[in-house]
Ligand binder design. Sequence first.
Ligand code: G3P
Ligand code: CA
Length: 249
Amino acid sequence: MLVQAHRGFSGKYPENTLLSFQKAIEADADLIEFDIHLSQDEEVFVIHDQEVDRTTDGEGKVRELKSGELKELDAGSWFKDEFAGEKIPTLKETLQLLQGEAVASIEIKTEASGCSNWRSTLKKASEVIDDFNMWDEVIFISFDLHALLAVTNIKQEAYTALIDYRPGEKIHLMEVLLTAWVDGWFAPHNILNPRLVEEAHRRGLEIISSGGKELENIEEEVNKLLQLGVDGVSTDYPDYACELIENYE
Ligand code: G3P
Ligand code: CA
């Protein structure tokens, strides 16, 4: 079973920073998940929210700030003082670090998350991936099938997966099972059962499941996913998930 480090090794290090990605690589994560937004001068930056307020010492929307301004911000000390000085990475810096080490799992957020400029973000990101010649080392994930369709319009062979985790909202189960062109389904662990896993696999879908967000639940969730034979788990603690997988009998 593959391990995806959600926003890097975000359980112990500030999310979506080069440090959290480096630590996820060292923990042996197979995939490293992150989110992207475009700066005012159209550089692709790796940050979860469309505003910098939560995870930096700055204020404002990423798309209204220039690269130089974004690079001045501290993206570490909000998490813990010892991480002061961590920066918001660009997609270029991130791919440079991940190349040959782990698959980049790039999430595209769309209008539902307030990201009206996602098409231009995706276009710029695809140019960066072209420059690094890394299409076989990235996957695209989204809550929105339109974003995944846009990815395959840019690069037909790109790996795409629909995220289906949003608490309180309808799951996309039928949509996914009927959608032959996506490669993966990021499914909530609490809905999975053997019959569903078998059916998704029969339709050629790989399943990566949520699980391992809270440290105290990881063992139970990872073991359930291993038993079900799903293809991967997305976790904030890739070291622990890797250890559980290694020791599973
Ligand atoms: O792996 C999917 C996950 O990234 C979606 O949630 O809020 O962390 O972007 P979020
Ligand atoms: Ca994400």
